[in-house]
Design a binder for this molecule. Structure first.
Ligand code: UDP
Length: 234
């Protein structure tokens, strides 16, 4: 395997599958199998999952709910996804720990860096729920920060698009995909990979990001074995 320790970022929306809202159990099962394929080969896996399929803080603002209140609602939404994913991973035979950015004692432990690393060393999959635990951040920022803290070698950003394109491929059919691109070029071309806080954190700490299509079976395994798919930001 090319990587010993990775951080996988999944968006909340990815969990919807073909649905308009919520969680598709088939998608969960599919992701669990993909994750198992790399876990079985010895890769240490940490996961950050978003909450966009349920709630986002900016959404709250539009409907007149206070932004900070909305962000906490978004963090709780990520916990629902994290718990669903934890269940699916355990059902597929993996050992897991769920660590939270905010205190929810009955269902998970708080994030403690040393403890997270210890779980990974013991072969447990660690899921980081509830984001960083602070409003005005996203789960992309959580992914960057936690990846740096646990010394992951790469952030694998699983999306429904197979990489970073010159333009939005869903709107512009002439758009072409970069197989790799520097952090500097992403800034200068104004490309949207992650929000700027998350992206800059990776840049400043020299942490590569790979954007790839998580919905294509086998992609995660290909990446972990060092095959060049998606787009590498370095
Ligand atoms: N959120 C937050 N702080 C964090 C992480 C998340 O306030 O550290 C809130 C924020 O409102 C965000 C929501 O949780 O919109 C859900 O996360 P995100 O939008 O990143 O989910 P994704 O787009 O990956 O599904």
């Amino acid at each position: 395997m090319k990587y010993k320790r990775i951080l996988l970022k999944l968006s909340g929306e990815a969990l919807m599958g073909e649905k308009q809202y919520g969680i598709d159990p088939n998608r969960l099962e599919q992701y669990a199998e993909e994750i198992k394929s790399i876990k079985d080969l010895g890769v240490e896996v940490a996961i950050v999952i978003g909450g966009g399929n349920i709630f986002r803080g900016v959404q709250a603002e539009q409907s007149g709910i206070d932004r900070v209140q909305g962000d906490y609602m978004g963090m709780l939404a990520t916990m629902i996804n994290a718990m669903a994913l934890q269940g699916a991973l355990e059902k597929a035979g993996m050992y897991t720990r769920l660590m939270s950015g905010i205190k929810i004692e009955q269902v998970c432990e708080m994030f403690i860096r040393r403890r997270a690393v210890r779980h990974l060393e013991k072969g447990r999959i660690v899921i980081f729920g509830a984001g960083i635990g602070n409003p005005y951040f996203t789960t992309d920022s959580t992914a960057s920060l936690r990846a740096i803290e646990i010394e992951a070698e790469v952030v694998l950003k699983g999306t429904r698009v197979d990489g970073i394109y010159t333009a939005d491929p869903e709107k512009d059919p002439s758009a072409t995909r970069f197989s790799n691109i520097t952090f500097q070029d992403v800034y200068s071309k104004g490309l949207n990979v992650m929000d700027m806080t998350a992206f800059t954190l990776c840049h400043e700490n020299n942490l590569p990001i790979i954007v790839f299509d998580m919905n294509k079976p086998g992609n995660l395994l290909k990446l972990a074995s060092g095959e060049s798919i998606g787009t590498l930001v370095h």
